[in-house]
Ligand binder design. Structure first.
Ligand SMILES: [Cu+2]
Length: 154
């Protein structure tokens, strides 16, 4: 865990809390050149063993960045996944990394790229938060709080 990243995210959260109100804190976090927006996880039904997380990652830096893995105490395993349609069938499969171009952004959203939580330890309940460590090729580890929302994103 890269401590300086955690501190920077914490400072950004405090500034946001002072300017836009506590309810908006989870909406945006910054770590170096990476801006993390709208990190959320779909609520799970009782007995479900998997969940999916979504987020927008913005790269304000001059070079390409990559999200290479994620981890969370809330699940035994966390993988980066992509949903694709093949012969009319929705399938998902792991991807090695998610590229964020310089000056660009990538959005993980239902039906596409997502963070997959496997063997979750407890159901993801609406209104709770799930801490996730996101590992970037250059930025290192960034701690992000994902907000659990209804699966339609509201
Ligand atoms: Cu998946």
């Amino acid at each position: 865990m890269n401590l300086s990243n955690i501190i920077r995210v914490a400072v950004a959260s405090v500034v946001l809390a002072a300017t836009v109100g506590a309810s908006e804190v989870e909406a945006q976090q910054q770590a170096g050149n990476i801006v993390i927006e709208s990190a959320w996880i779909g609520a799970t039904n009782p007995g479900a063993t998997v969940g999916a997380g979504y987020v927008t990652l913005r790269n304000t830096g001059p070079r390409s960045e990559r999200l290479t893995s994620a981890a969370s105490d809330a699940a035994d395993r966390v993988e980066l996944h992509e949903m694709t349609v093949t012969n009319g069938m929705m399938r998902m499969h792991p991807v090695a990394a998610i590229e964020i171009p310089p000056g660009g952004a990538v959005t993980l959203a239902p039906g596409g790229l997502h963070i997959m939580f496997l063997d979750i330890r407890a159901p993801f309940a609406v209104g709770s938060t799930v801490p996730v460590t996101m590992r970037f090729e250059h930025q290192g580890d960034v701690q992000v709080e994902f907000m659990v929302r209804r699966r339609d994103g509201r």
